[in-house]
Design a binder for this molecule. Sequence first.
Ligand code: ZN
Ligand code: ZN
Ligand code: ZN
Length: 374
Amino acid sequence: MSLAPAHDDLVGRLDRAARRADDLGLGALLVTPGPDLRYLTGYDAVPLERLTCLVVRGAGSPPVLVVPALERAAAEASPVPALGIEIRTWQETEDPYALVGSIVGDATAVGLDDRMWAAKVLGLRAAMPGAEQRLAGAALSALRMRKSTDELASLTRAGEAIDRVHARVPAMLRPGRTEAEVGRDIAEAILEEGHATVDFVIVASGPNSASPHHEVSDRVMRAGEPVVVDIGGSMPDGYCSDSTRTYALGDPGPEFTENYAALQEAQWAAVGSVRPGMACEDVDAVARGLLSGSGLGEFFIHRTGHGIGLETHEEPYIVRGNALPLDPGMVFSIEPGFYIDGRFGARIEDIVACGDDGAVVLNGRPRDLCVVDA
Ligand code: ZN
Ligand code: ZN
Ligand code: ZN
């Protein structure tokens, strides 16, 4: 099942995308199946080797969707026809790249969606040798970053769904089980709690907790160990969840507990610092400054967060060097951690929306270390 945004929202997005393309001197935006296509048209097309490509031309010229003949029915069942997008099909022996080129016409530059497959990039280059290829993200990320009221509602539902999964995690954790066993239970719960897909499951126990992107392994969990659980999925409307809580199988010892308290303070201070106009890198600096003050700075080895929407990782990135000021409607993670190689690590991650007066936190599970009976 795939749910589409409201018709008026889609019309507005296409319109703004076309105007931004004009402003940037792009003759067209070329968008293949993926989050940009879904954002602009509600068409959740499967990425395949055959070319499907939305051509968003400058304001005044209606968009065209090029699709393989065998996918016409799928495209017609999507919101595409109601948006006034013309569907042009190609047969197996035709050259779809030349077709796109003829629709674009003369252009000195085109914008390609940031996730386009290299084979398609090169096919389009050959068909339009006179058009410089740039990233469509320059036009689209500014739109996708600022969520509409409906999108905020979608992300709120995603946050609630992953919170319900975390609420079930303590019952899954006990010494003697493997990370993989717990991971399978969590994946099932992610679907049971309303997601359409499981996007990732990290269950990182003991020394594995010191690896931020550890997934799961056959390691058997033992009493006294921390377990970092970072999980997410996509809801039927495409919006993603992503939340981390750190658990412990019984008392993890004074050093871990003290470090965790410092992390919790840093994470919540960063959440509390969010407000319109604040630079993304300044939110990062709040978390990093506090962890450094606690002697954990060198162990906080990743950025503080990432935007989230139709993709788990999208703009804005909450990282040093990103001076972009926060705007109301931007939604991103705040997920500092510490990772002490060979020993242990921890992370706390919430998704927050920048509201008019500060952060609106979309995850509600307690942030205290969750100590499970062991
Ligand atoms: Zn990550
Ligand atoms: Zn995460
Ligand atoms: Zn994240």
